[in-house]
Design a protein around this ligand. Structure first.
Ligand code: HBI
Length: 100
């Protein structure tokens, strides 16, 4: 199982994501972001690319699509909080959203 991020390691991993619009949930066990695209096609294209990555890494987002927005929540369920896998997936999502 991947280890929970803690202390300075966690702060350093989160800082660049918080600067990109990610927020921590109240319990600190997950991070969230709302992506907004130009239309449904771009939103679904984003989800498709992220889904292929998620499946390859065996790490999957909780997410909700409404028309051209995708609300995402990332957490490592097996570990009960944030791990490096969530950080990696968040970065991948930011990268995918920047190239729709
Ligand atoms: N995705 N976000 C997330 N968290 C998990 O703990 C997780 C997952 N995808 C697959 C997965 N765990 C499997 O490794 C286990 O449930 C078997």
């Amino acid at each position: 199982m991947t280890e929970l991020l803690q202390g300075a390691t966690r702060d350093e991993a989160l800082a660049p994501l918080l600067a990109q619009g990610w927020t921590e949930t109240a319990d600190g066990n997950a991070i969230r972001k709302r992506f907004t695209f130009r239309n449904f096609n771009e939103a679904f294209g984003f989800m498709t690319r992220v889904a292929l990555f998620a499946e390859k890494r065996d790490h999957h987002p909780d997410w909700r699509n409404v028309y051209r927005t995708v609300e995402v929540e990332l957490s490592t369920h097996d570990a009960g909080g944030l791990t490096a896998k969530d950080i990696e997936l968040a970065r991948t999502m930011d990268e995918a959203a920047a190239h729709v």
